[in-house]
Design a protein around this ligand. Structure first.
Ligand SMILES: [Zn+2]
Length: 412
């Protein structure tokens, strides 16, 4: 057993911080949490008194990452790495990113698509103790239509990819796609039901048909897994949610009626504020068509306005950064928590989004510092309720996953 005592503890439930706190760990689970005076000193426990000013928080959870990608802030670099790196090499590189992610206090991630399903194997290696990294839920390949959002736009027609994404057509094709990813070992299904138009002014249109979305959701639910959906917004998004998508990613344009439906049915919103910020900055810096510039500006406005209404409607909002795409693993993930605070969440609420809500979304037994949960915890040298940005400084973090301290790498 280990007993860790610190000045403050934030348990992830959204409750206010507990002063003079202690957390008792037995094996990989939390045995007790409370005031140090109440918990006392159980016999045989190793006592760790954290330095003055330390705050204990749950391990953070990023509900939208791409461990197979490097975070290159350049679309051409992204295409080159997509085309030139073999899947086994991606998996090996991802092991380094997993390590980096863990050092930043992120003890669980949901991986939203990886060529070759490589992150399923990274998950297996981590679970087997062969590689150090966060708990992972992986979708394998994202399901997309021919010419769709994930069908590798930007390459010549003569370029053929194999095992880069799962192209499906028609309701039966999407059912087969779901079955194929689950056979491969996916934990959930990623769909691309609704996107912005590349050919006209619309910010949202159906990419999959409603029959395809419904079939994919039915098959996934029948097999007991959730569906995460890349979406832009509008009526296609509302229809995709009603067809069964359990989590919606990006989703800039959502009307109040849909937010009320999400709150009632427990649909999660993963707003990915950080990748939007990074891609808008890229567009502004490198120039783009008038239409793209207008999209960048309008989506920035829409994302904040939507977040305010989602919060007011009581929608479950999980922290998800899109790290790996335009954002480096580690510090990039935690830009998202700063942006949640910028968007109107208190630091305690933002930590709730980045812990308990993420754990519920991922269906893992973590994210709250309460007895019985996995002892995924972070000791922060400072107070994140006064300065949330402290979480982006990994030198201020001491991380435990399943009760075990994460060893620091020799070199940073
Ligand atoms: Zn993504």
């Amino acid at each position: 057993m280990k007993l860790i005592r610190a000045d403050k503890l934030i348990d992830g439930t959204g409750a206010k911080a507990l002063e003079g706190a202690a957390i008792l760990i037995e094996g990989d689970r939390i045995k007790a949490v409370g005031r140090a005076a109440d918990i006392g000193q159980p016999e045989g426990a190793e006592i760790i008194d954290a330095p003055k000013g330390t705050t204990i928080i749950p391990g953070l959870i990023d509900a939208h990452v791409h461990m197979a990608y490097s975070g290159a802030v350049d679309l051409d670099a992204f295409r080159v790495e997509t085309a030139l790196i073999h899947c086994p090499a991606m998996a090996l590189r991802a092991a380094r990113y997993a390590r980096e992610t863990l050092e930043y206090g992120i003890t669980a991630v949901r991986d939203m698509h990886a060529p070759g399903g490589t992150i399923i194997d990274l998950r297996r290696a981590i679970d087997a103790g062969q590689v150090e990294g966060p708990r992972i839920k992986a979708c394998g390949l994202g399901l997309t239509v021919t010419g769709g959002h994930m069908d590798q736009p930007g390459f010549g027609d003569h370029v053929m990819f194999r095992d880069m994404n799962a192209n499906c057509e028609g309701p039966d094709g999407f059912r087969a796609g779901v079955r194929q990813q689950l056979k491969r070992g996916a934990d959930f299904i990623k769909l691309n039901p609704c996107v912005g138009s590349r050919r006209d002014e619309r910010y949202f249109r159906f990419e999959m048909t409603l029959a395809e979305i419904t079939a994919a959701c039915e098959e996934a639910h029948e097999q007991g897994v959730m569906v995460g959906a890349h979406t832009s917004g509008g009526p296609p998004l509302s229809a995709a949610i009603r067809a069964g998508c359990d989590t919606v990613e990006h989703a800039h344009w959502i009307d109040d009626e849909t937010l009320a439906y999400m709150a009632e049915h427990g649909t999660y919103l993963v707003p990915t504020l950080a990748v939007n910020e990074a891609s808008s900055a890229y567009i502004l810096e490198h120039g783009a068509s008038e239409r793209t510039l207008k999209w960048a500006s309008d989506s920035e406005t829409a994302k904040w306005e939507r977040l305010t209404r989602a919060k007011a409607a009581g929608v479950k909002v999980a922290m998800g950064s899109d790290a790996g795409f335009f954002l480096p693993h580690g510090a990039g993930n935690l830009r998202e928590i700063e942006l949640l605070v910028q968007g109107g969440y208190s630091p305690i609420e933002a930590i709730h989004c980045a812990t308990a809500v993420g754990a519920d979304l991922m269906q893992i037994d973590a994210g709250r510092l309460i007895a019985g949960k996995f002892a995924d915890i972070v000791l922060v040298a400072g107070d994140p309720t006064e300065n949330i940005s402290i979480l982006r400084d990994k030198t201020k973090l001491t991380v435990f996953k399943g009760g075990k301290p994460v060893s620091r790498r020799l070199k940073h």
